[in-house]
Structures are given as structure tokens and as C-alpha cells.
Design a protein around this ligand. Sequence first.
Ligand SMILES: NC(=O)c1ccc[n+]([C@@H]2O[C@H](COP(=O)([O-])OP(=O)(O)OC[C@H]3O[C@@H](n4cnc5c(N)ncnc54)[C@H](O)[C@@H]3O)[C@@H](O)[C@H]2O)c1
Ligand SMILES: [Zn+2]
Length: 433
Amino acid sequence: MSDFIIQTKTIKDTNTLPSELQIDPRIIYRELKEVEKTVQGIIEKVMKEGDSGLRELTEQFDHCLINDFIIPKSELEYAWHRIKPEFRDTVELIVQTVRDFHNKQSEHSKCFSRNQSILGEIISPIDSVAAYVPGGRASYPSSVIMTVIPAQIAGVKNILLLTPPNSNGVVSSDILGIAHYLGINKVVRAGGAQAIAAIAFGTESIPRVDKIVGPGNIYVTVAKRLLFGIIGIDSLAGPSEVVIIADEDCRPDWVALDLLAQAEHDPLSRAILFSTSDEVIIQVQKSIQKELIDHPLPFKKIIPIYLFQVDNLLSAFELTNKIAPEHLELCCADHLRLLPLIQHAGAIFLGNGAPVALGDYGYGPNHVLPTMSGSRFCSPLSVRDFIKTSSYIFPQKGDSTLVYSRYASLAEREGFFFHRKSLLARISPYDTL
Ligand SMILES: NC(=O)c1ccc[n+]([C@@H]2O[C@H](COP(=O)([O-])OP(=O)(O)OC[C@H]3O[C@@H](n4cnc5c(N)ncnc54)[C@H](O)[C@@H]3O)[C@@H](O)[C@H]2O)c1
Ligand SMILES: [Zn+2]
């Protein structure tokens, strides 16, 4: 069981993050490089040996021998019917709330005219997608809902799930049952980097797909990075993190629970509080200590929880934008008015009634979110991750922007003979356009 340390501090300078919170990109790069060596070996083994390589790696990392990686459809159906009716009702409710939210993200093809010419963008869904549902330390049936629903709304035809088996070779029946309820009939019993490699190259029993999405640990994340290009990927959703901004309006015992809820995900998780009130910090600290007496965190590593005092809420927002956290809770008065101050955060939770766990379990938005400051340049998983666009042009005589010679002059500057000629050729038979 883990020890944990609570680090408290008063922050005056909001221009730079305190050193404990800084993520040095060089260190991240080096750490990723370290894991890359292991992951590269795993990928190459699956690439060369297919199912037998995957089998060996599953034995090594998941401690079980798997004969058939594809779980029969009948098992999925059986799992759904074995789920107690009250929980089935819960799943149905959550599927509905997540579907409602993601339905609003649908995009449509666009067509417009410029002078007489027609230009536009066609939107089409990706053909085949694999959703990775983590299952190492904990099982994440909620991730089935979060990955499958936006893909279905986008119109992806072939969706399969990848999830690691436990040491008995078994996958959580909740994952299988929910997959069945959502109409998925292919679940692959494989996890970690080896599963990502299998789906990128295809093996004797596992089909290759166009894109892999979903959260996972560092091995899954690094495998996705290394295979990007051969396969499409979503953002890199790694170990979870939360920032909570709280003033006297918060409930310190609830804030403590929300910090612990992040810390229990992964030994690499980060849980950070910025508060304007020293009393809140003292109470949060007491609550954390009290909670952990009965329920210590399940890791061997020491987990730091950061409780920082700031002079005012503005400073808290400045620091938060520098962190660009995956989750952000605003447990402060006037949170709606303060919302525009947030520039970088994956998912934002407003008010004391909105714990991150409500988002984790499907109040509406997606829980697959960019981590490691990725919200500076990435968004939560959405319908947009499962579509792509093709542009088109249909130039017409009379369009004043259709001056082939001008485009040809750019080709000339770039030194491309046939580009230029291809354009100039259009000038004389202009009338036949
Ligand atoms: N950011 C998000 O949106 C989001 C959402 C849910 C979960 N998560 C994160 O997903 C992660 C889930 O991690 P997990 O470990 O529980 O499950 P996982 O399924 O991601 O990883 C388990 C697999 O890792 C492989 N593995 C374990 N140790 C290894 C080693 N030493 N070398 C090579 N491979 C190894 C094994 O094959 C195992 O099957 C957590 O970090 C959690 O925070 C993130
Ligand atoms: Zn969580």
C-alpha cells in the first residue's frame, strides 16, 4: 500500500509554476524514450510473429495463456443478460446522456460558391476503428461507452474493442455486456502495447483497423505514438490528473475526496488544489488524512497531493492555464462568471455538485481526455475524432480567381516544370472547361 505526501505551499509568483508542478518537456521526452525501447521490442515481436508473438507477450504481461483472442459473440450477449436489471438500467441511462451530448457534435459536409465556381468539403466517417478499454489495474466499462458512442454517431461501420484479460484470461463481464448492449460484436482479449501493435498490423486472427482510440497506461500511450502514421490515433490520454480551484464556498471534505479520486487512478496521477483560503487547505488536508486511514491508495509508490495557497482566484486561473490539466474543478463562488478565464483544460466541472467522477461515469461529455498538458493542443475524444474531410473544387469559366497563369508562376518559382505546364495547358482550351 502506498504512502502519500501532502505538499503545501503558498504561491506568490504566478509567472512560473512551482517546480513540483513543472513538467519539463525534456524529462517527458527522456522518459518516453526509455519506455520506447521496451515498446519497440513488443511491437516488432507482434509485427513478425503475429498471434504467436501476441500470445507470448500476453503470457508475460497479463500472466495468462490465451488461445482465441476474439471473444465469441454469444459470450457478450450472455454477459449482458447476466448483469442485474438495476445496473442495466444505469447503463441505459448513461448511454442516453452520453449519446445526447455527443449528438450535438455532429458535423456536416459543406459546399459554397466563389464567383461561379463550386468548392467544398465532404465529411466521411473512418471505416474501421478499435477502441482500447483499459483493464490493467482497474477495469473501465465506462470507457466502452465513451469510445463507442462517438464512433457510432460519426457513422463508423466497423468498431471493435481491445481490452486486456485478467490473469485467468477473463475480461470483465461488464465490458462484454455493455459492448453487446451498444451493438459491438467483436471484442479482442489483448491489452498493452502488444494489442495496439496487433491492431495496427493485423494478425492471423485480429483484423487491422484504420484508427485506434481510447485511454491507457504509458505502454499503450507510447505504442500509439510509435505506430501513428501506420494507424490513426486520438490524443494521448495517459495517467489522469486534476486541478481544483476552491475558495470558502467549497466543501473541503468533498474537495479531499475528489483529489483522492484522481490519485487512485495511477501512481503517476497528479492531484492539485489551489485555494485562496488557508482554512480550506487545513480542512482538506485533515479530510484526506482521515479518508486514507480506512482506505489507503493501492500503490507501492509515494503519491504526492499538492495543496497550494494563492493570493486570489485570478492567480489560481493563471497557474491552471500553465498546467493545462486534464480535469479542472471550480469549487468557488461565481464559477460561471470565471469560466472564460480558462484557456487550457480538457474537461471543466462547475460547482460543488460536479465532481470529476460524474464526468468519468457519463454525465454527458467524454472522459477520454488529453493528459500531460495536452489540452494546450488537443481536445476531449469526440465525434470529430471519427470523421475526416475531403476537399473538392469545381472551377468555372468566369470566376475572376481562376487565373491559371498566376498559379503557374508559383509553380515556376518552386521549379516544378510539369506543374507549370499542367496549369498553362488550361489557358488555351479555356472555352472547353
Ligand atoms: N486520460 C483519460 O482519458 C483516461 C481515462 C481512463 C483511464 N485513464 C488511464 O488509463 C490508464 C489505465 O492503465 P492500466 O495499467 O490500468 O491499464 P491498461 O489497459 O492501460 O494497461 C494494462 C496493460 O499494460 C501492459 N503492461 C503492464 N506492465 C507492463 C510492463 N512492465 N511492460 C510492458 N507492458 C506492460 C500489460 O500488457 C497490461 O495488459 C491509467 O493510467 C488511467 O489513469 C485515462
Ligand atoms: Zn477518474
